[in-house]
Design a protein around this ligand. Sequence first.
Ligand SMILES: NC(=O)c1ccc[n+]([C@@H]2O[C@H](COP(=O)([O-])OP(=O)(O)OC[C@H]3O[C@@H](n4cnc5c(N)ncnc54)[C@H](OP(=O)(O)O)[C@@H]3O)[C@@H](O)[C@H]2O)c1
Length: 330
Amino acid sequence: MNAPLHLHVEVNPRSMLAAAFTPDRLQAAAAAFPGLLQGISISYGGGPADFDRHIATADALLLTGQADLTALEERAPRLRWLHYTSAGVEWLLGGHFPPGLAITNASGTHEPKAAEFSLLSVLMLNNRIPELMNAQQQRQWRQLPAPTVAGKTVVILGMGALGGAAAGALKPLGLRVIGVSRSGRPHPAADAVHRTAALHEILPQADFLLITLPLTPETDGLLDRAALDLLPRHAGVINIGRGPVLDAGALADKLREGSIGGAVLDALPVEPLPAQSPLWDVPNLIVTPHCGLYDPVGYGPRCLAMFCENLRRFRDGAPLAHVVESDRGY
Ligand SMILES: NC(=O)c1ccc[n+]([C@@H]2O[C@H](COP(=O)([O-])OP(=O)(O)OC[C@H]3O[C@@H](n4cnc5c(N)ncnc54)[C@H](OP(=O)(O)O)[C@@H]3O)[C@@H](O)[C@H]2O)c1
């Protein structure tokens, strides 16, 4: 008789997401899939002490936060599926993974907050809120009126789950939405989507630049000083993807000299951003420390529902959804 499927659930207690992935929450999410957990043996862990013992027999691993995933072929010889409960997988893909190990991620889980936070950020920049905050801190009565965003252009770099959700939220305000992605695939909420090669031609049109890119060898440093120099002086820059995609030092220089309008950075070049980083003091820059897209109420249930649907597929031998392609890097 075949051994039952073994699912190991590893939750790094240091992860901001840890509270969302408790055993009772998994059971609650699985209730929507009758019989799903029958015949599946589930172990739970939260640290390196027992990790090796658990993965030695695991067929599937549900991982929250980071763990040591080196030499999985030897340490986890049965492992065929790893689901990571975040969207960014660059740290995972740096490693060597056994051939045949499917990796899935939580891309899509952030969509509702990505829509709201993008809207919030564009509206804050349009209404010059960073400048008004600076003036308030200096007790200055500076009246900075702003027109509505209708008719302005937002360039969204990355048109996947985050970029698509942002486009859907921004388009109804009358913004012209121009997407840029690797494929240039059209999106219903975008007026046009171009491939990456067209980026430098498009940047001069951006009243707002919204970056939603994953970190890959191709995107690392894509928004360098030369690219930022192509933006209009009044443009607002938002990064909700990954920090190293954008040269934050060049952005800071431009904000200080007034050759860019303002910025909102949820993704930073180093996280956590050290207290001594000069970025904390840059004028017209709002830093939201990688929390703008996290929904402490809805994230866990959405993520676990996505996982349970994939667990059903895994159990039934069906193709998994949200598969990360290791050669593409996202
Ligand atoms: N701030 C946060 O809390 C937060 C939350 C979630 C995610 N993230 C980060 O945001 C990233 C994106 O998340 P997602 O769920 O939207 O991912 P996704 O659905 O996989 O979409 C990624 C998008 O980036 C595009 N892309 C990839 N490489 C590119 C390149 N070289 N040039 C232009 N476009 C490129 C893809 O193009 P194609 O459409 O052609 O494939 C796709 O449109 C994640 O990887 C993660 O690092 C941050």
